[in-house]
Design a protein around this ligand. Structure first.
Ligand code: ADP
Ligand code: GN1
Ligand code: MG
Length: 369
């Protein structure tokens, strides 16, 4: 997390229509990409909080296109939720706060891009799954999100990061980083590199099926880690899908796969005790049940059949990205310690191995649905 002191957050907050005076701000959440701050302001009626974010423009190279996507997605979701009579629609879809000149984002003097959302109170994005109901709720919410966006008007969304889930491209980049080994770090990851190279044959399965028209392209979230959906603190319902930067054309398998990656293991993504990392079958069952409770109406049989494989593929893909970032010198994901990416990639590959060991049981479970 970038230190708060680096930015004049009071003045940045002042560029948005917050309806009150700035009181305080502090770094918030545990995202790996943007800089996120909770901002408190004083209103006539009391206090209110907002989420102020600096968009990582090294990762998102076209913030104008990104924000156009986010505006469309937020507006459509809010419109549909309100039309369906949801009394708390304002908590169920993110709401952008306009700048004082009516835009959805602005660029500060240093070239940083900023945007602001209403804070969804009394809800939490969990880093680690605690029980099967959380897995169920998260998967149900992401299925409902995909369903909500199935009739998004205005044409295809921009691809905010091209080839984001093109696993063969990710694999090629890993191989290039390995060949270069610019920081002399390959030795430290020898077993993991062998593990990755042994799985080269499987990386094309989903993109090949998409290209062949055997899988449909849909509007998907593409970053469905557990902490990107807020669960209501009282009811535990999956109340609001957040982190909309990668909402773009994709496959539902990317979304379900990332849920398996982040919501089945009892260990944190950067856990150093690998004995704790395991794919817990009851969590997988809850994910499938939760996801089908909101997505079964639109899924094709080909999509459904590949749900278990998607868990393995996306866990492998993100592991590969951590490995690549390790080899390239930690330029992409925020790190908090020198070996952070190494720790992260190890948990991902341990989880892949655990998924592989349970693959046929996972497939049987889904096939019987
Ligand atoms: P990143 O892309 O860095 O992951 P996110 O958009 O996911 O950034 O935000 C980081 C964290 O901030 C989230 O995991 C969540 O805990 C919190 N957060 C983001 N938006 C909101 C919101 N509107 N209300 C409450 N919490 C939020
Ligand atoms: C990043 O932004 P955040 O922390 O929700 C990353 C995802 C990875 C994830 C790994 C834009 O997600 O793709 O799966 O870290 N987001 C981007 O935890 O690269
Ligand atoms: Mg996030």
């Amino acid at each position: 997390m970038t230190p708060t002191a680096q930015f004049d957050l009071a003045s940045i907050a002042g560029r948005f229509q917050l309806g009150g005076d700035f009181i305080t701000s502090s770094p918030y959440g545990s995202g790996h990409i943007n800089d996120t701050f909770a901002v408190t302001v004083r209103l006539a009626s009391g206090e209110a909080r907002y989420v102020l974010q600096r968009i990582n423009h090294l990762v998102f190279k076209r913030p104008d296109e990104l924000m156009e996507n986010v505006e469309r997605v937020c507006a459509h979701a809010q419109r549909k939720l309100t039309a369906s009579g949801q009394p708390d629609a304002h908590r169920r879809a993110l709401r952008l706060i306009p700048t004082t000149d009516g835009k959805s984002w602005f660029i500060d003097a240093a070239g940083n891009r900023w945007r602001c959302y209403d804070f969804v109170e009394k809800a939490t994005g969990h880093d680690v799954v605690r029980n099967a109901n959380q897995a169920f709720q998260a998967a149900r919410a992401f299925g409902a999100f995909q369903s909500l966006l199935a009739d998004l008007p205005g044409g295809r969304l921009h691809e905010t990061i091209p080839d984001f889930h093109h696993t063969p491209t990710r694999f090629a980049r890993f191989q290039a980083a390995l060949a270069k080994d610019a920081h002399g770090r390959a030795d430290a990851a020898k077993p993991e590199i062998t593990f990755a190279l042994a799985r080269a044959a499987e990386v094309s399965r989903v993109v090949d099926a998409l290209r062949a028209g055997q899988l449909p392209e849909r509007v998907t979230h593409n970053d469905t880690k557990l902490n990107n959906v807020l669960l209501d603190d009282v009811t535990q319902e999956g109340i609001c899908v957040i982190d909309l930067d990668t909402v773009m054309p994709g496959s539902v398998l990317y979304d379900f796969g990332d849920l398996v990656r982040t919501s089945t293991s009892p260990a944190a993504e950067d856990e150093t005790d690998l004995a704790l990392v395991t794919m817990q079958f009851p969590m997988f069952e809850a994910l499938v049940n939760g996801y089908l409770s909101s997505a079964n109406g639109f899924l094709t049989s080909a999509e459904k059949r590949l749900l278990p494989f998607a868990g393995k593929l996306i866990t492998f893909e993100i592991g590969l990205r951590f490995l690549t970032d390790w080899l390239e010198g930690d330029t992409y994901f925020k790190i908090k310690r020198p070996m952070h990416n190494l720790d992260r990639l190890r948990t991902q590959f341990k989880l892949v191995a655990s998924i592989e060991a349970q693959a046929s049981a996972m497939q049987n479970f889904v096939d019987q649905k």
